[in-house]
Design a protein around this ligand. Structure first.
Ligand SMILES: [Zn+2]
Length: 426
């Protein structure tokens, strides 16, 4: 593909620097040069995109993605889609994320064993459009906890969106199976969840022996482990055994915070606020009114999660947006709402939020030296945004404001090439 020069753009590079006007040259799949000021780089022999003052920022990273979730109202509803339709659905969702500016996604679990791996491979082979993707295993769980949807009279494992195992040997076998399939990340459900009757968010389900053997086996193969860990004990269990991606962590107590801080260079936390906030305040769309949501414990969990995340951010722990979109109350594509939640609930500035979604995201994708910032030599994953996300973080929720989306040097959405005009008064 031709080399591309973005000229006359406001560069928000996610290094922490204030935005500045400049030019950015893309050669192949890399950012090759960055110039300050207008017409600072030569324009011959390249496709010139005049941004007319639009913002050029790194592509966003979704920290907790379930591409295969089906926008269902219930957990078991996710699993009921037959495999053939499910593959097609997941491929469509991969495109949808890219079309919304998510150029990378961290897979947080898939409801059928190979769905994530197959979709990742198809994206990487150029068969289907989609973000850079780290493929996850199914949610590995234990009898009675989140992900075990078997009914007493229908004891079929296929009914569950999780892989249900009990005991270290069963754990070892299932972890080895997912490693054989080629996952990038093993997912363990350590805590319960308020969506599960009898296994609420503050309960912890997996034994230390089970977690230990899973983590040891994944590490031997050079793979990472992620945990569903809402309870305080499950956060500590994650850290005791070397889990590096901790999802939720709502009820982390002081000891858990200390342990997180001691591991802050290795660990990523993604609270996945959408489930809590949406069910509490917008649950009516699926027939859950505010009182029911409160009875399910969501008011208590939101307060705990906000307190925990604020404490983590103060301690320099990387907390990232994204998570658990793909339910009826928070459908795929609305993920940028999480950025607004970070500003509104966690008290981050829009700049801090964007750094979390891009720079820290690149680190979470395990490519922290080449992904997530606009720097010379780094990968060309970029968004050209019509407006200023620092003035209004909400514009990233509007697909129409994404004038161009580039992943790996190629346009997923090509801009209209037009002559210079002013987008901003100042
Ligand atoms: Zn999840």
């Amino acid at each position: 593909m031709a080399n591309v020069l973005f000229t006359n753009v406001r560069i928000l590079d996610a290094t922490g620097a204030q935005p500045y006007t400049g030019d950015v040259l893309i050669q192949g799949n890399r950012i090759s040069r960055i110039g300050r000021g207008t017409r600072s780089l030569p324009m011959s022999g390249v496709t010139v995109i005049d941004g007319a003052g639009a913002t050029l920022m790194p592509g966003m990273v979704e920290a907790h993605t379930h591409l295969a979730w089906t926008n269902s109202k219930t957990l078991d509803g996710i699993q009921k889609m037959p495999t053939e339709e499910h593959v097609l659905w997941t491929a469509q969702m991969a495109k949808l994320y890219l079309d919304h500016g998510w150029t990378s996604c961290v897979g947080a679990a898939t409801p059928k064993p190979r769905l994530d791996v197959v979709i990742r491979n198809a994206i990487n082979a150029g068969q289907i459009p989609g973000p850079r993707y780290l493929a996850a295993s199914q949610e590995i769980t234990v009898t009675g906890s989140l992900g075990d949807d078997m009914l007493p009279h229908l004891p079929f494992p296929e009914m569950s969106f999780g892989a249900v195992v009990d005991g270290p040997q069963a754990m070892l076998k299932v972890v080895r199976m997912y490693l054989k399939y080629g996952v990038d990340q093993i997912k363990l459900n350590l805590s319960g969840d308020n969506l599960v009757p009898g296994a609420d968010a503050r309960t912890t389900w997996m034994s230390d022996e089970e977690v230990a053997i899973a983590c040891r086996e994944a590490k031997v193969r050079g793979k990472r482990v992620a945990s569903h860990a809402r309870s305080s004990e499950s956060v500590k269990q994650s850290l005791r055994h070397g889990v590096e991606v901790i999802y939720h962590a709502s009820f982390a107590d002081e000891e858990a915070l200390d342990m997180l801080e001691a591991n802050k260079d290795k660990v990523f936390v993604a609270p996945g606020l959408s489930v809590i906030i949406r069910l509490l305040h917008e649950g009516e769309v699926v027939g859950i009114d505010n009182r029911t949501a409160k009875n399910m414990g969501y008011e208590i969990e939101l307060e705990a999660a906000v307190t925990s995340m604020r404490a983590m951010l103060k301690r320099g722990i990387r907390v990232l947006p994204g998570g658990d979109y793909g339910f009826a109350w928070a459908p795929h594509g609305e993920n940028a709402k999480d950025l607004e939640y970070f500003v509104k609930y966690l008290g981050l500035t829009p700049m801090e939020t964007l750094i979390s979604a891009t720079r820290w995201g690149g680190q979470m994708m395990m490519r922290g030296k080449e992904l997530g910032e606009i720097r010379e030599g780094w990968l060309a994953d970029l968004l050209l945004v019509d407006g200023d996300p620092l003035a209004n973080i909400g514009i990233l929720q509007d697909r129409a404001k994404l004038l161009a989306i580039m992943k790996d040097g190629e346009f997923a959405k090509a801009p209209e090439i037009r002559s210079a005009r002013t987008r901003f008064a100042a």
